[in-house]
Design a protein around this ligand. Structure first.
Ligand SMILES: C[S@@+](CC[C@H](N)C(=O)[O-])C[C@H]1O[C@@H](n2cnc3c(N)ncnc32)[C@H](O)[C@@H]1O
Length: 224
């Protein structure tokens, strides 16, 4: 379901770079459906790289999908004409670092479809600081995990508040039941943490306490 939702956000006719493709399921499924015209499947590790090669070969897509062993966006070559990049199933900080260290491989016209496992706030901060507007956000729950999908396009300067970076600017407006459930759950975790801090034998640094207290206050305000 997670990759299905990502797939639905890839524009029709796109030339996709799927970075950290692992088994290569996403580009292969999109080509089988005729949604995309070509793809690059990038992998940094040998075992998933071979796994992606096998999936592509078994589906007869060697001419349309280039599987490349490369670190992050280095899998993309200038003449690939990439129009969409997916980076899914990694921590938000890892996705941010891949984007940041691979800036030279971005042409600025690609749609970014990102599915972080946590670390959404630093990822959104990077997007804002690099002129990307968040054009779509989704939250889904699968196997008791909350997954976020963030779609962004470069669009000149954008400014998000600290709360928008924390909760997601579009999710804050949409307030879906899944979103409210996620933050109700997070609130009880923060409150538990704060009560553990107050009972701790050794004093917890004030900065840490204040940070968690601020997050709990933001969530309370959001849910009010
Ligand atoms: C958990 S898997 C996710 C696979 C798939 N994208 C998905 O969402 O189901 C993460 C994959 O990213 C790859 N990866 C991690 N860092 C990478 C990097 N810097 N460049 C390319 N691939 C990377 C890992 O080798 C691993 O196969």
């Amino acid at each position: 379901m997670r990759l299905e939702r990502v797939a639905a956000l890839v524009p029709a006719g796109a030339r996709l770079a799927d970075i950290g493709s692992d088994h290569g399921y996403l580009p292969v499924a999109l080509l089988r459906r005729g949604t995309i015209s070509a793809a690059v499947a990038g992998e940094v590790a040998m075992t998933p790289f071979h796994s992606a090669e096998r999936t592509v070969r078994e589906n007869g897509f060697e001419a349309q999908i280039s599987v490349r062993l490369a670190n992050g966006l280095a899998a993309i070559k200038p003449d690939d004409g990439i129009s969409a990049i997916s980076i899914c199933g990694m921590g938000g900080e890892t996705i941010r670092d891949i984007l940041d260290s691979g800036k030279a491989h971005l042409n600025g016209h690609e749609r970014l479809i990102l599915q972080p496992n946590g670390g959404e706030q630093p990822l959104r901060l990077w997007l804002m600081e690099n002129g990307y507007r968040i054009v779509c956000e989704e939250l889904l729950r699968e196997n008791r995990f909350d997954y976020e999908i963030i779609v962004a396009e470069r669009d000149g300067p954008v400014l998000y508040s600290a709360e928008e970076l924390y909760f997601g600017p579009l999710q804050m407006q949409a307030r879906t039941p899944a979103f409210l459930r996620k933050w109700q759950h997070r609130l009880s975790q923060k409150q538990k943490t704060l009560s553990q801090f107050s009972r701790a034998r050794e004093a917890v640094p004030q900065e840490k306490v204040q940070d968690v207290a601020r997050q709990a206050r933001w969530i309370l305000e959001l849910l009010a």
